[in-house]
Design a protein around this ligand. Structure first.
Ligand code: DXP
Ligand SMILES: NCC(=O)COP(=O)(O)O
Length: 252
């Protein structure tokens, strides 16, 4: 069992700062500043900073992305929908990573994975445009072999498996979802994809996902922001990273 992913780390934590911006936007104040949260998260052990520029700008704003990009010491993973507006914006910012995600304006949060197979031409065009700017493209998909095959066909080297159904279920249903993620990780890694995972992970459900050896990175946001209310932002980041690494190393 390999503890070191080819990228040379035990397992990466991408801290998603969306809901720091949610709190800021609740009153239209300048605080809490998502940029400050990102820089402190890096100091507390985040391996990258993830932020989702939604079409309705309900949390992260264009100005947040523009301000953060030159200040990050790790790397930016910008999440965006497959629209020309978002792809053009991402090409201007040129983050290390762009993760293409599905978006429905009415959704409370992301509800499922990107249908790469069903939107092949549009996804392929977006991947090509981003890669032409030197951006590494990740596709946020369900743990489905057909979607992984389509990912390879459009030329994206990274997937992020949607763990929302695993997070939102219990008992036998959750076990079945966990097995689906495990099989998806094995399939994706066997095809040479960098396999990440995320959505709905928190301090007591992350362990089973972090234990899956070929997962390179977990992107986690809502639970870290929530926990930080009680333990502080940097402690919440440190705690999550420590759980992930100790789980991966098989330590209690
Ligand atoms: C794609 C995904 O699962 C999240 O990164 C996404 O950002 C969720 O959207 P909200 O942050 O708006 O809940
Ligand atoms: N892609 C998942 C992500 O960035 C964070 O999702 P969540 O932890 O806020 O559910």
């Amino acid at each position: 069992m390999s503890f070191l992913h080819p990228s040379g780390t035990i397992i990466d934590l991408g801290v998603n700062i969306d809901h720091v911006a949610t709190l800021r936007n609740a009153r239209g104040t300048r605080y809490p500043d998502p940029i400050r949260a990102a820089l402190l998260a890096e100091q507390a052990g985040a391996d990258c900073i993830t932020l989702h520029l939604r079409e309705d700008r309900r949390h992260i704003k264009d100005a947040d992305v523009i301000a953060l990009a030159p200040q990050l010491l790790t790397r930016m993973n910008l999440e965006a929908a497959v629209t020309q507006e978002m792809i053009d914006f991402a090409c201007k910012i040129r983050p290390a990573d762009v993760c293409l995600v599905p978006e429905k304006r009415t959704e409370v949060t992301t509800e499922g994975g990107l249908d790469v197979a069903g939107n092949f031409n549009a996804v392929q065009a977006a991947v090509r445009q981003l890669q032409a700017e030197g951006i590494r493209v990740s596709l946020f998909i369900d743990a489905d072999e057909a979607q992984m095959d389509a990912t390879i066909a459009v030329g994206a080297p990274v997937i992020e498996l949607h763990t929302g159904r695993y997070a939102d279920t219990e008992g036998a249903e959750q076990e079945a979802e966990l097995e689906r993620v495990r099989r998806g990780v094995l399939y994706g890694a066997s095809k040479g994809l960098k396999v990440n995972a995320g959505h709905g992970l928190h301090y007591t459900n992350v362990q089973a996902i972090a234990a899956i050896p070929d997962i390179a990175e977990l992107n986690i946001g809502h639970a870290i922001v929530a926990h930080s209310v009680f333990v502080g932002w940097e402690n919440a980041v440190r705690e999550m990273k420590a759980i992930m690494v100790s789980t991966r190393l098989g330590r209690k």
